[in-house]
Each structure stands twice: as structure tokens, then as C-alpha cells.
Write a protein that binds this ligand. Sequence first.
Ligand SMILES: Nc1ncnc2c1ncn2[C@@H]1O[C@H](COP(=O)(O)OP(=O)(O)OP(=O)(O)O)[C@@H](O)[C@H]1O
Length: 350
Amino acid sequence: MSGDTTPAIACRNLWQVFGTGAEKALTDALARSGQNADEAAGALRRSGFIPAVQDASFEVREGELFVIMGLSGSGKSTLVRCLSQLLPGTAGEIRIEGENIIGADKKRLIELRRQKLGMVFQHFGLFPHMTVADNVAYPLRVQGVGRAERLAKAREVIELVGLGGREATYPRQLSGGQRQRVGIARSLVADCSVWFLDEPFSALDPLIRRQLQDEFLQIQAKLKTTIVFITHDITEALKLADRIAIMRDGKIVQIGTPTDIVLRPVDDYVREFSRDVAKGRHAKVASVMQGGAEDAGPDDPGLTTGMTLDAALARCMQLYEPVPVRDPSGAVVGTVHPSDLAAALQAEET
Ligand SMILES: Nc1ncnc2c1ncn2[C@@H]1O[C@H](COP(=O)(O)OP(=O)(O)OP(=O)(O)O)[C@@H](O)[C@H]1O
């Protein structure tokens, strides 16, 4: 997280308020409340407006997989529709790779959508009369790429999503899961730098869903695209996310790593999400590690920062002394006391 690199997305004090005259109503409400967002949102609600996104500020780093989670109606889709400028936003600023896209003219927005901002929604809207290859190649056709080149590129990404050999198939001949893959391939082909996915796997049965999540992570590891991913499924969020933003009633109530969300929820709403999650399977050793380097003794259990608490605890069962923790390169970066591992897990049981 270096300080001087431009974030892929920077969102500042973004509001999306629904209702006639929302812009003026928001300005007035903020002025009356002394710029207090909670008070202003409350006043807007009482006057019949819907503050679907309330004063959202966050940054997404290049190559980061940023998940937005929250109950139905909490504002996830609205936020993402603002980020991709399908909705204009009532106030605030959105920068994509440094460029403020609020207020960009129509022509620029079309360019941005073609070249930078990829979108995949739950219902992918494949063209029924086009083959898999033509569906996938479609964004390139829009960009004016010649037929041979676009089909070659489409073939590459169709392979990547595991549908090699099905290029000439029509969508109706595919299963739901396969169609999702075609949709994913279609967004990959456009080579967008930022990719928005709104519940892309939610209509799938659990087994296919897990499989697609795994494949999705593999694709992401290869391509390192910046991704904003909406889900209301905590297990999916914890599995995929580098960081998670949790929304409630239009407001982002917590942004953190999966470990933060599981071990350090800011309130009962967030805690409720992760109540049934097996903490030890998601929280990492780094979250309970102390600074300082302990020399590896004879009992070094070989802990690493990215190991889950469950895995670490299993290695430390018989140990009572602080043990070293290594980073992925093998350098000792801190220590952890075995009892802290157990305590971190127990704290959440109560
Ligand atoms: N075009 C619109 N006009 C008025 N209200 C809207 C509009 N779009 C969304 N809303 C309202 O904004 C709030 C947030 O909706 P949004 O669809 O963003 O939630 P969500 O978290 O994505 O929900 P879900 O998980 O059910 O898709 C809801 O109260 C919704 O009714």
C-alpha cells in the first residue's frame, strides 16, 4: 500500500439520493446539520427521500479485490452503479485512476465503459442469437477490432474460463454456470482495468458456485485486475476479498480485511454477519502476531503470517513459549504466543 501510487478507485463523500430535487435537498440537509452525514440522511428520509448511498469514502488499490457486502437494500448495487456512472451520484467525487469521472461528458463516459470499466451483472444478458465466441468477442466488435483478431482473443479467454471447445455453442445450449462463465469471459476480453461484478454467482447452486469462485481467484491471480465485487454472502466475501466494505442503510459501516471483519467487527450488525463463520478458518496469524523477532528454537512450529489460526493452533498445541512467525519469503517478522491463538478464537465464542 505505497502512499504515492494513484489508487484504481478513489471515492470521496459520495452520495446517491433518490427523489425529486435530491441535490438541493441534500445540500440543505447537510447545511442544516452542520455537515453531519447521519443527521442529514435522517432528515432526508423523514422528508421522503432515499439516501441509498450516504457519504461513502474509500479507495481501492490497483489489483485489489474489494468486496461490498450488506443486507438487501443496504445500497450495494447503487454504490457500484455510481462507481461505473450508470447513476450520476448526487454529490461527491469518484476518481478512476486519478480521473474524476463525475461530470465527465457522455462521449468520455462511453470511452471509459468500453476501455476501462468492465461490468458483470447477475443476469449477464448474453445475446441468444450469437454463439459463445461472438458473445465473448462482442465488446471488441464495439471497440472496432477486426473479426480475426477479436475471435482469436475471445478464444483465449474462453479457454481461461474453462469453456474451450464450446465456442460455436449458443447460450440456450449451456447450463446456468456455463453461461456465467461466458459472461465473465466477455468482460475479461475487453481488458478493462477496473471490473465491477454485482452478485455474479448468486443464482448458482453451491457446488458450482464454489467451483467458479476458485476459478475466479485463479483468473484474478493471473490478470491482477482491480475488482469491485458485490455479494450478500459472507462466506463468499471472506473467500474472495482482499478487503471488505460492509454497508448498512446506505452507509459504509466498516472497511477491513477478512480477518478484521471476523475478529474485530465494529458493531453488532457486522458481528451478526460473521456469527456463524468458523473464525479459525478465515483469520490469519498476522492478526495476532506481536512485533519483534524470536530466534527459532528447537520447537519452531514453522508459522507463517498467512496461515489460518486453526492451522497455526494445530501446530502449537503442545507449546507454551512464544514462537517465531515468518513472512512468505521466510524472514522472521514477529512472534506469537500459542495462548494468543486460542484466545483469539475463544473471544469470538462468547
Ligand atoms: N432508481 C431508484 N429509485 C428509487 N429508489 C431506489 C432506486 N434504486 C434503488 N433504490 C433504493 O435504494 C436502496 C438501496 O438499493 P440497492 O439496490 O442499492 O440495494 P442492494 O444492497 O444492492 O440490495 P440487493 O442486495 O437487494 O440488490 C433501496 O432502498 C432501494 O429501494
